[in-house]
Design a protein around this ligand. Sequence first.
Ligand SMILES: Cc1cc2nc3c(=O)[nH]c(=O)nc-3n(C[C@H](O)[C@H](O)[C@H](O)COP(=O)(O)OP(=O)(O)OC[C@H]3O[C@@H](n4cnc5c(N)ncnc54)[C@H](O)[C@@H]3O)c2cc1C
Length: 447
Amino acid sequence: MEWAWTEIQGKRAHDPVIVDKMICSSARRVYVPGPVIVGAGPSGLAMSACLREKGVPSIILERSNCIASLWQLKTYDRLCLHLPKQFCELPLMSFPKNFPIYPSKQQFVKYLENYAEAFGVKPLFNETVKLAEFDTVLGMWRVRSESKSSGSGFTNELMVTEYVCRWLVVATGENAEVMIPDIEGMGEFASAGGKVVHTGSYKSGEMFKGRKVLVVGCGNSGMEVCLDLCHHGARPYLVVRDAVHVLPREMLGKSTFGLSMWLLKWLPMPLVDRFLLFMSWLVLGDTSKLGLVRPKLGPLELKNVAGKTPVLDVGTLTKIKSGDIKCVMWKQVCPAIRRLKPHAVEFIDGRREKLDVIILATGYRSNVPSWLKEGNMFSDKDGFPKKPFPDGWRGDNGLYAVGFTNRGLLGASMDARRIAEDIAQCWKAESKHHLTSYSSSILLPHT
Ligand SMILES: Cc1cc2nc3c(=O)[nH]c(=O)nc-3n(C[C@H](O)[C@H](O)[C@H](O)COP(=O)(O)OP(=O)(O)OC[C@H]3O[C@@H](n4cnc5c(N)ncnc54)[C@H](O)[C@@H]3O)c2cc1C
């Protein structure tokens, strides 16, 4: 997939500064006439397909060796889409009709593979973007990526490539790196033979049969991992540090998400929230009695203001009620764990429990600040666009972000369509300009 970089060579011939800069650098250089997309998750694939539909070629750089690496490599076996399939499809292609309402992760990956094939999306794998910055002299982005190739002998050679492009689309996701909390005594616990696993490496509870497992964090993943552990005969404890909204996945025979979207068309958000909480109380009972205290803001408002996703219960609450999952009560401000000891955990109220394994369901973070050097669009703190939804998709100098809306695949699809529209306009205008200047130089007589 190497494009000729004639345009740059043209500029080099006229601009000695560019020549110097380029000669100083030791990287292999590739000029990309269209956008460079970083990340081949659902957002990157959607982006490339939407661009292609508009006649704009693009390349995708992906650090792992497959598409949708989060789904293929970092999720547990029993995972199904949390939301019904109609809210998770990418632009231009629906899910197959015979897929269930909540497709399994294997079905979702199959859908993505078919999607990539249908739109001719062929990412460049094992390319980790380490640096991207806008070159004001060149008026283009320089995107530096590293890949390991097997060299002669047994060593892996590091290949550095610099992609030069007019448009850069960030599609590295809200979940690029795992978040590991600093729990006192974690080192001691691990060196005494205790196992510490992040949900990103957890596949199934099979290997934890009969073990005492502490699950830290009660988002959708933490709750579901607890359920999985129960099904495999492990003894899970769930540590609930923050207030959390747990809602049934379905209400009145409809998906809670779909029903909320529908109600929001007619009613203000606080009223929809009240309805959701009332229905949850009817279906699930008073969750605070189980140690799951609800936040002050309603579930939709909290999502809107703080990006905190409510947990959609898929059966974990029944197990908490029956005592199969022990829920360590939430205490305001204080974390529930005081420290870890060899083979044990000590809680803030002084209680001690024997423990074999800790599973950290403590989430992920964006990695954008580690590789993208620009001052305006992304926040250095959390690696998300500074402008709130729906305005965070476009930055300066041809920089875009897809999939950072805190609104899952639905948000990513919206971004991809908007960005493709925006780039295509520019692309067409520029090709017209090139065409006009080219034809005028041929057809018009020189004066
Ligand atoms: C367990 C779980 C369940 C979920 N369920 C749903 C659901 O049901 N519905 C929904 O809408 N959302 C769901 N989500 C949200 C989820 O984030 C999105 O569905 C989706 O994966 C986001 O796609 P993405 O392409 O933006 O990010 P990702 O899927 O994270 O893809 C980003 C890609 O960028 C690559 N990358 C990162 N850094 C670099 C770099 N420096 N250089 C090159 N490549 C890089 C990564 O390897 C990765 O392949 C879920 C998330 C999790 C964790």
